[in-house]
Design a protein around this ligand. Sequence first.
Ligand code: AFP
Length: 289
Amino acid sequence: MAEELFDHVEGAAGDGLARLLNAIANASIQIRIEMPHLMGFSDGSNKYGEQILKLDEWTNKFLCDTLVETGLVRRIYSEELNAPVEGIPDAPYVVCIDPLDGSSNVKTNNTCGTIVGVYEKEVGKGSEQVAALYKLYGPVTTVTYSVGKGVHEFIKQRKGEVKFVLSKENMRLPEKAGVYGVGGKREEWPPKLREFVDSLEGRGMKLRYSGTLVADFNQVLHYGGLFAYPKAKLRLAYEAKPLAFLAKEAGGKASNGFKDILEVEDDVDARTPLFLGNGKLIEEIEKLK
Ligand code: AFP
């Protein structure tokens, strides 16, 4: 029988993380059901001054409630909230969430996702995460997770079944880099970086950019290559650190251009430049001056 998510996580990290990650995975079902009904903007904006979609608002609340209901979460930091949600005092985990990554893609029906980083006691450096995962709401729903023992992908089974089964175990970034995607405007990139990006097609790489970080990182994980957003737009705790944890576990690297993202210490709401993918490419970028 195909291995299910709960059993896989429990085997690697015990019952607590298994219950937590399983609850996050299962929340996808309700999120997908709500998607067609919650198009359009809410009245609010988040701490980054961005207008919040009704779906952003609903997904954030639903995920926070789901996490608190597990009884395993002491505090939740969310990209969408000005202050953390307090869970159960003395519960083992603190969680950082980007509830709906790439929500600007909702109105065009392109892929979006959810990103989660899990810590014990309090948010620390990215290397202190005990688990990270992302979900993709694509043609199928996938959950890709790590508890520091490799990266594994699970697929939601057919409609009606609340079951995620193993589709790829111990994923590694292919050594030959196949795709690249760089966000923001070229005029904002340092000139040496522009030259570097211009050289990538000559190395056999193809452009792939969707505007949803998890979707773009997912391509890099499957095909090898580079995702970059050189301007400090992306969120360190909610986007960069969880994906950096997964990239490292898959044999890749993540950097802010100078330093390993997993070692950066900054405010929970800080933004960062992000370079993510095959180690050799990231090292080249760090040497560009
Ligand atoms: P939204 O969640 O507001 O759509 O932002 C998505 C995101 O943070 C990240 O997922 C993308 O990689 C990046 O922004 C896309 O930015 P551009 O729209 O500037 O390409």
